[in-house]
Design a protein. Structure first.
Length: 354
């Protein structure tokens, strides 16, 4: 198993350099309320030399597929072939509220989107007559120019990762992508996800070899678990508080894990303006099962569980903890030490640490 670092835009260059020095395989830039992914990745590309760069994830409703392909090609060229394109449909509130894009049939939309992106990245002209995307647009002039990228290609193909939660989305990721990006997930849930991904791979006539299973976990290091958990409560409040509870994927996850009442309590307190009370409503056990918390030996034990469940790259979300840049650098170092202690490090990653 390898490690990934989920960046935050504050201090992103230093965090990326630290991850590279520690032998991390890739840094990911998330996209949402705080920052876009592309700006952060451009900074990280210029600050590093070897480490992989991934969008974790670029929101499909935010960009036309042609622009996503152009962005991927540009970042790959600038970084010397280090970019991985992580994509996700986000959620109904963001798709509709931020971008004015309908959220109907997100899986069919994703399939067409990835198809266009992959075709564009070959450097050949692309026209497309899909149900959700048409290039040129319906009714356009017959002479409208096709999608065509002339960005210098430094390698054949850019890996595409998909964020997915439900069984059908996971099977789609297995079928059409090179990796899966998960978030806030337990080892048991990873095992279930891998089983669905495997079905998708099988449907496409593919095995699991070379497919990257990459869940990203909020990470907080402290001598005791409760202190580590407390540093993550604000992030959980942010995510469980998005939109309405019925369509919020994190609330759904809490319900599946048996914490539906606690998630509802969090929402009630947040609606009443009691943010601190909302954070306190979450049991330690819920955060513990979906995060890496505690001292290094405990992190190591948890990493071994995730490796056993089928994780190939484990994302360390330094963006989730309420801490400083120095604290985030410390989290990266502690996680690297924990991976060594767990004894599940990929051989190449182990050599980079020497």
């Amino acid at each position: 198993m390898r490690l990934a670092a989920n960046l935050v835009y504050q201090g992103a260059a230093e965090l990326a350099r630290t991850a590279e020095e520690l032998g991390y395989d890739v840094v990911l830039a998330p996209e949402g309320y705080l920052s876009d992914a592309v700006s952060v990745l451009g900074l990280a590309a210029g600050a590093t030399e070897r480490i992989g760069l991934a969008s974790g994830v670029m929101q499909i409703p935010a960009r036309a597929p042609g622009m996503a392909a152009l962005t991927a090609a540009t970042l790959d060229a600038l970084s010397g072939g280090r970019f991985r394109l992580g994509l996700g449909v986000s959620n109904p509130d963001v798709s509709q509220g931020w971008y004015g894009v309908p959220f109907d049939r997100p899986l069919a939309r994703t399939r067409e989107y990835v198809d266009i992106v992959r075709q564009a990245l070959t450097g050949r002209p692309v026209t497309y007559a899909g149900e959700h995307f048409r290039l040129p647009a319906a009714g356009a002039d017959r002479d409208a120019a096709p999608l065509l990228l002339v960005t210098e290609r430094v390698r054949e193909g850019i890996p595409v990762y998909l964020a997915a939660v439900g069984p059908r989305a996971l099977r789609l990721a297995g079928e059409i992508a090179d990796g899966w990006i998960g978030v806030f997930t337990s080892p048991e849930a990873v095992g279930d996800a891998v089983a669905e991904i495997r079905k998708g791979r099988s449907a496409a006539g593919l095995g699991m070899a070379g497919f990257d299973v990459l869940p990203s976990l909020p990470t907080s290091v402290a001598d005791d678990v409760e202190s580590a958990v407390d540093a993550l409560r604000g992030k959980y409040v942010d995510l469980l508080g998005i939109g309405d509870a019925e369509h919020n994927v994190y609330c759904a996850m809490a319900r599946r894990m048996g914490y539906g009442r606690e998630a509802a309590n969090l929402r009630e307190r947040l609606a009443a303006g009691d943010r601190a009370g909302a954070g306190a409503a979450l049991p330690v056990g819920f955060i513990d099962r979906t995060a890496l918390v505690g001292p290094v030996p405990r992190l190591a034990d948890r990493m071994a569980e995730y490796a056993e469940a089928g994780v190939t790259t484990l994302g360390v979300m330094v963006s989730a903890a309420a801490t400083t840049l120095e604290g985030r650098v410390g989290i990266l170092r502690a996680a690297a030490d924990a991976l060594e202690l767990a004894g599940v490090a990929d051989a190449e990653a182990h050599l980079l640490r020497q």
